[in-house]
Ligand binder design. Structure first.
Ligand code: PHE
Ligand code: ZN
Length: 867
């Protein structure tokens, strides 16, 4: 971690590998502490490479024990080893390289490579973790078939798994045993996986459309096997969906999923052997909320969809990460829309994009969906690569139409099956399959920053004229951006609530700096419904009339635009309060908002989930994002003010939405999800409005709840309300968390996000709690992540203690788990967006970190933030 500053890699420097590795034979010998890994690699020099080309193998955190070429030890003069790898100076044109190394999974707190999660040994290789397992060219364009033999103590590790099919297994002397796996599909090393542990198994079968039986095997620690049913069911739904929608079948005879409690990300699509964070696979009514059920379903589907979009066709280099992620996220989104309320599914995506991706794209970490350079690849698993990337795919879906898009994806997959390709290859395949020209559209991949579309309109004599202009702001390293191809969904709504039939013009194509459209034959000025479906990841600037927004909130048939109208009304009320706050005036009543919401409740949408969504106010973060620099105190006060006023006005109306436990127990189905969601919104408003008896009501609901969703709704409502009801419910909940890590995470998260005074002192106390564990990423996210991202007033406590507390965690994690540490830099990196001395204090913490000895991960995030 000390030494010269880490250097960036550049996309433009890509060189194809000089040597191919066609086959990998791995022997993993799990011992006490140390694990010995033997590899035999079948290597051939590429015809295009020079005859004396050296062979570079990456490798970190391992001890080389032996190295042989075609069975002969390699003389020391023919190779060299450094901290990052091993170089063979002039190997033969084709040979077998045998290497033995020792690694220590118990000492591996970075959770990359081979590591221990509780009693399970497992691997994580994306992006560059395989080079912590053995010396290997750790890059996705080197693809090989794998045969993996694992040997371990039969008592401690009765279950041994790797990619592909088990072809052999047996017992060995000394209480040991072994298993051999073969994966017939050539894959990049980032898709390698192995697991050893004492695991419970839940099995099922899926019959593919062509009539093949696939064995599905899910593994988890003993005791939680009853929490796998939902994930298993979701996997079968995903398998059927991909056959029906894209004509894609699974290609191996077994599909395995293993749940581990210590995992840096959500889940990993290793070929035939997914490894999941427990938080994304385990679910039972008692431990998981509806939101968790949805996440499990969608992450299971996501990892499954990667089998084609990621595994069968993978990325040439990591600058192309979005190639596999954006397409897979989009497929996941299509799947989610087909299995729930499509409108609500879309609204949730828009909310996340606005609350997290837009700020990223406006700050020091703004980067194109296809980045030009990086220091540590792990820092580029961002919401921009994933979610903005998925928005780009969605625009292609809109532009090409469902059939054209699907045909394009199928063409891409058949054209590049077995290959490691680029985003350019993908776009070209879509063009070829559709006879389309996406030249301008490609700019979405290279230009960072959220485009702003400014809307002007006028109406006279039956003609309505709409003018759109676009501009993309400068981002680090990028200025003077070109106009993009923006598909812009449009509706025009007449005063009686009917929509004008726009035909093809319900989707406008904006590709110039400015364009106008004229609509004739209207009897009065229509109300524009803008960016319907959130057809492009842009900010719309339009001087909305309040009465237009109220009209849209009751009449818009597009759920996203309808929801958006309510959000805009609320934001307008909050902005007015911010101005008043800053001028030292009394905060104005949000009268227009209250009236519009009252009207909405008079004629609510039938979909309860949609109604709940429409009643949910924009977050403080979204309000903050309305300003180039935001005033923390004004944002918190104004958001709270509008919410309290609305809550007071709605009190008697929302009481109708309170429901007790469902008859017949918990069911995860749309109508029930909607009902519980509305119940939670009602409780939230009653608490915000300080309704009489609310504490007792919440406590009763907490105790009566027969599922985690209702229990969390009661706890959320009590979270900021000091008193015996809160104390009792929180204590009872902590008790529930005793034997269940994911439940305890929820408890930590509730403490971290509570608005009760003394927030920093409270989280600092939890640092020392024996239940806090800095080596477990879920626990770190529950305490540190929730506080820094979900407690705006607490994190921005005026004395700067919140910033210092976060910086302390970053320092500690920098040693333990750099990947997680680097992610926690983001809240401080927003310093330039925070007005006043707070912004300065945040920057000081970053400067302090910059003075320490840092991992490349944290170094990159800190230096970018200080630039
Ligand atoms: N590739 C995983 C996914 O998106 C995410 C991941 C990245 C997991 C890096 C672990 C490490 O499905
Ligand atoms: Zn993915």
């Amino acid at each position: 971690m000390t030494g010269p500053a880490p250097q960036p890699k550049f996309r433009r420097d890509y060189q194809p590998p000089a040597y191919r590795i066609d086959h990998v034979d791995l022997h993993v010998d799990i011992g006490e502490g140390v694990t010995r890994i033997g590899s035999r690699l079948s290597i051939a020099r590429d015809r295009a490479a020079a005859a004396d080309a050296p062979l570079r193998l990456d490798g970190r955190a391992m001890q080389l024990q032996a190295i042989r070429i075609d069975g002969e030890p390699v003389p020391e003069s023919d190779y060299s080893v450094d901290a990052e790898g091993l170089t063979l100076s002039a190997p033969p044109a084709a040979f077998e390289l045998a290497i033995e190394v020792d690694v220590d999974p118990d000492a591996n707190t970075a959770l990359e490579g081979l590591y221990r999660s509780g009693r399970i040994l497992c691997t994580q290789c994306e992006a560059e973790g395989f080079s912590r397992i053995t010396y290997f060219p750790d890059r996705p364009d080197v693809m090989a078939t794998y045969r993996t033999r694992i040997e371990a103590d039969a008592g401690r590790y009765p279950v041994l798994l790797s990619n592909g099919d088990r072809v052999d297994h047996g017992t060995l002397p000394g209480g040991r045993h072994f298993a051999v796996y073969e994966d017939p599909f050539a894959k990049p090393c980032y898709l390698f996986a192995m697991v050893a542990g004492d695991l419970a198994e839940v099995a099922d079968t899926y019959r593919t459309g062509s009539g093949r039986d696939v064995a599905l095997r899910f593994y988890t620690d003993h005791g939680s096997e009853n929490e796998l049913g939902h994930a298993l069911h979701s996997l079968k739904q995903a398998m059927a969906w991909d056959e029906k929608t894209y004509g894609l079948e699974y290609d191996l005879d077994t599909y395995m999923v293993v749940a581990v409690g210590s995992f840096n990300m959500g889940a990993m699509e290793n070929k035939g052997l997914n490894i999941f964070n427990t938080s994304c696979v385990l679910a039972s009514p008692d431990t998981a909320t509806d939101g968790d059920y949805i996440r499990v379903r969608d992450v299971v589907a996501h990892e499954y969809f990667h089998n084609w979009t990621g595994n069968r066709v993978t990325c040439r280099d990591w600058f192309q990460l979005s190639l596999k992620e954006s397409l897979t996220v989009f497929r996941e989104q299509q799947f989610a829309a087909d299995h729930g309320s499509p409108g609500v599914t879309r609204i949730e995506q828009v909310r996340m994009l606005r609350d997290i991706q837009f700020p990223e794209d406006a700050g020091p970490n703004a980067h194109p969906v296809r980045p030009e350079s990086y220091i540590e690849m792990n820092n580029f698993y961002t919401i921009t690569i994933y979610e903005k990337g998925a928005e780009i795919i969605r625009m292609l879906h809109v532009i090409l139409g469902h059939e054209g898009f699907t045909r394009g994806v199928q063409h891409y997959l058949s054209e590049h099956d077995g290959g490691a390709v680029t985003i350019e290859d993908f776009v070209t395949a879509l063009e070829i399959a559709n006879g389309a020209d996406l030249a301008r559209f490609r700019l979405w991949y290279s230009q960072a920053g959220t485009p702003v579309v400014t809307v002007r309109d006028d109406y006279a004599g039956g003609r309505y004229r709409l003018t759109l202009s676009q501009h993309t702001p400068d981002t680090p390293g990028q200025t003077d951006k070109a106009p993009l191809h923006i598909p812009f969904g449009l509706g025009l709504i007449e005063s009686d609530g009917r929509a004008v039939d726009l035909g093809e013009r319900s989707l406008l194509t904006l590709e110039q700096p400015e364009q106008s459209w004229t609509f004739e034959g209207l009897s009065a000025r229509p109300v524009p419904s803008l960016l319907r479906g959130f057809s492009a990841p842009v900010r719309v600037e339009y001087d909305h009339r309040t009465e237009d927004l109220a009209h849209l909130l009751t009449h818009d048939s597009d759920p996203v635009a309808r929801w958006e109208a309510g959000q805009e009304l609320a934001l307008a009320a909050m902005r007015a309060a911010v101005s008043a706050y800053q001028a030292g005036e009394a905060l104005p009543d949000p009268t227009a908002l209250i009236e519009a919401v009252a009207r909405l409740l008079g004629d609510p949408p039938a979909d309860h989930e949609l109604l709940a969504e429409m009643l949910t106010l924009p977050t403080e973060r979204r309000l903050a994002d309305q300003y180039a620099q935001f005033d923390v105190d004004a944002v918190v006060a104004s958001h709270g003010h509008v919410k309290r006023q609305l809550a007071a006005a709605l009190q008697t109306r929302v009481e109708d939405f309170l429901t007790g436990p469902s008859a017949g127990g918990y069911r995860f189905e749309p109508a029930e999800v909607g009902r519980r969601r509305l119940n939670a919104v009602a409780l939230d408003y009653l608490a915000a409005g300080d309704a009489s008896g609310i504490d007792a009501l919440c406590l009763a609901l907490y105790h009566d709840a027969d599922n985690m969703t209702d229990r969390m709704a009661a706890l959320q409502a009590l979270r900021d309300r000091p008193g015996p009801a809160r104390d009792e419910a929180m204590a009872a909940f902590a008790e529930r968390g005793r034997g269940h890590a994911l439940v305890l995470d929820k408890w930590f998260s509730l403490q971290a996000t509570s608005r009760l005074p003394g927030a920093v002192a409270r989280v600092a106390e939890l640092d020392a709690d024996p239940r806090f564990d800095a080596t477990n990423p879920n626990r770190v996210r529950a305490l540190v992540g929730s506080f820094a991202r979900g407690n705006l007033p607490g994190f921005h406590q005026e004395d700067g203690a919140g910033y210092a507390w976060l910086a302390g965690h970053i320092r500690q994690l920098n040693e333990l788990n750099p990947q997680i540490a680097a992610r926690l830099v983001t809240p401080l990196a927003e310093w330039a967006q925070v007005a006043g001395p707070r912004g300065t204090a945040m920057r000081e913490q970053l400067a302090g970190l910059a003075g320490a000895s840092l991992s490349p991960d944290v170094y990159e995030m800190v230096t970018r933030a200080l630039d």
